[in-house]
Design a protein. Structure first.
Length: 580
């Protein structure tokens, strides 16, 4: 077998396992025959690993057993041998304290599965928030051809004639329940109607943000990120991924040819235009740096200042969900709208350029995917702040909060732990006003532990009953991409390691100046230094196991929270030579 570029079966990576006439290869061939394969099935044809993050506790991926069959069908049609390789599921809904604690574990597992097995190419199957960056980070470093198959968003939620969006409506109805405005029956109705099918959150949360980013990077087949999980087109996309990865192996289309400075910038622009999750900052930086691209907070803020938000999808948008986005033309249509702002010469997994992939794309509903002349928000989804509270940066999502907080000054109300904060917000006697700035600290990568999604601090019940639904909140935690409100997140360095957020006291005045990208505590510098001199490091969260390893090596939010020993020096090509 030989492809148009002259690559032969002897050039396949898997041939190193099966071709030599020696004892070890005899053992490899014998064990494949033990699995029921004849030599004609595994010798001389690409072996394709299907890295599948299914589990019985991951509702986002509950359709993956069937989708694996679709991928296998495509691989076999193209002359390859598909092999399913289960990988860590890191589901978002049930993993405590947070799935983010295990993103790097999935990345390590994906890399080592690929490196240690006779795989010529891989199809990555993920979608739930941390599975996309985890799988992609590992596959980038492994360096062999790969293609990403997104899980796809679930169908729109419904209850009592109302359309419900994942997360966003849960927060809103929870506030109404706390205010006594809805009944137990209504609350249970929302609970049963908000998640109606397999698939990821159908708002523009972290799942859809990260699959859109991967699509824009050129790592999926065109528009794959937009197809709902329940749509028959998703089955066809699975088969198409299987067929294409075999072709990519013969073409030797490796990730270093796809992930470049230009494609990373494309992904960041598209993310801003979609109204992306704040988590995009952490994950895109980590993914880019695995490929040797030095993406920084300043780069993202600069793009945020100039990129209009054109996807009218909750939570930044007001009406629509991902199903509507798909019907309106999906990500291909959005990128076609942004064509003048992105580099369309970038190569993608199709072997064609991004521009070629966008040919014929159309917008079918210009209220869902807005023209540049009529955006949802004139700047991008995210803004990066600096100041004496966050010298290494913090992130806010201006499009999803009340504009009156863009320039705000008020007294801090500081909590050192989530349980402390949770108890206080339901205290009817809590001394709090709408002008207060709620602060939760010790919730970062090491303090959380694991950087949990605690950053959308609940509005105190007393204020909810007065009709308030937003206030300025600051944390070194993350928040769900389905969240909204005036929340400043990812404060770096985190308080747990001595960041200045740990020096803030209740009653100190805090100022947010969004236009100038500033977040400061109005405390004299001499007083700050006195507090720093008396600060005592907290006890480590872990003494053993994965948590201990995580705490020893995880980076801060501004560098993507990757492990120090896994990041590549900028400019070094992705992939390491195989040593086995």
């Amino acid at each position: 077998m030989k492809d148009s570029r002259g690559k032969t079966a002897d050039d396949l990576r898997s041939a190193r396992w099966f071709a030599p006439d020696d004892l070890r290869s005899f053992g490899h061939r014998s064990r494949m025959m033990q699995l029921g394969y004849s030599e004609e099935e595994f010798r001389g044809r690409p072996i394709i690993g299907i890295l599948d993050t299914w589990s019985e506790l991951n509702s986002c991926h509950s359709h993956f057993p069937e989708r694996v069959k679709d991928v296998k069908r495509g691989v076999q049609m193209a002359g390859g041998l598909p092999v399913q390789m289960p990988a860590l599921s890191v589901d978002e809904s049930f993993t405590k304290p947070t799935s983010m604690l295990y993103r790097n574990l999935l990345a390590m597992e994906a890399e080592e599965i690929i490196r240690s097995h006779p795989l010529d190419g891989v199809v990555l199957m993920g979608g739930c928030d941390k599975t996309t960056p985890g799988l992609v980070m590992g596959a980038i470093t492994a360096g062999i051809p790969f293609i990403y198959l997104p899980a796809g968003p679930m169908l729109r939620g419904h209850y009592a004639g109302r359309i419900l969006g994942s997360g966003s409506d849960a927060w809103k109805f929870w506030d109404e329940r706390r205010a006594g405005n809805i009944s137990d029956e209504e609350w249970l109705g929302v609970q049963g109607g908000i998640a109606r099918s397999a698939g990821t959150c159908m708002t523009m949360g972290t799942a859809s943000t990260m699959t859109a980013i991967t699509d824009a990077l050129g790592l999926t087949l065109p528009g794959a990120s937009s197809i709902p999980a329940a749509d028959a087109g998703h089955q066809r996309m699975g088969s198409a991924c299987g067929r294409r990865i075999v072709e990519m192996v013969w073409e030797d289309l490796t990730p270093d040819r796809i992930i470049t400075d230009a494609s990373v910038q494309n992904a960041a622009i598209v993310a801003m235009a979609t109204g992306c999750s704040t988590n995009a900052v952490v994950h895109l930086i980590a993914m880019a740096r695995r490929a040797g691209v030095d993406l920084t907070l300043e780069d993202l803020d600069a793009l945020g200042r100039t990129t209009p938000l054109v996807a009218n999808v909750r939570p930044s948008g007001k009406e629509y969900l991902m199903e509507d986005f798909f019907y309106a033309g999906g990500l291909r249509a959005l990128m076609k709208q942004m064509e003048e702002r992105i580099d369309t010469s970038c190569v993608t997994v199709t072997g064609k350029t991004l521009g070629e992939n966008l040919e014929g794309a159309e917008v079918y509903n210009d209220d869902v995917i807005r023209p540049l002349s009529n955006p949802v928000y004139h700047e991008g989804s995210l803004a990066v702040l600096r100041g004496n509270l966050c010298p290494d940066g913090a992130v806010i999502k201006p499009a999803a909060c009340d504009p009156k907080y863009y320039n705000h000054e008020g007294p801090a109300l500081v909590f050192d732990s989530y349980p402390e904060m949770k108890a206080a917000v339901d205290d009817p006697d809590l001394d709090v006003t709408p002008d207060h700035v709620m602060v939760l600290r010790n919730a970062g990568p090491q303090g959380g532990p694991g950087f949990p999604e605690w950053g959308m601090l609940p509005i105190p019940t007393a204020l909810v009953k007065q009709g308030h639904r937003d206030m300025l909140r600051i944390s070194d935690a993350r928040m769900s991409g389905t969240s909204y409100g005036a929340c400043v997140l990812h404060v770096a360095p985190e308080s747990f390691v001595g960041g200045p957020l740990g020096l803030l006291k209740t009653g100190d005045i805090v100022r947010l100046d969004l236009a100038n990208r500033r977040l400061d505590m109005l405390v004299d510098e001499d007083e700050i230094e006195r507090r720093r001199a008396t600060w005592t490091p907290p006890e480590p969260r872990f003494q053993r196991g994965w948590g201990w390893m995580f705490s020893k090596h995880v980076g801060q939010a501004d560098t993507g929270c990757d492990f120090d020993y896994l990041q590549r020096d900028f400019g070094v090509a992705a992939g390491e030579p195989d040593i086995f």
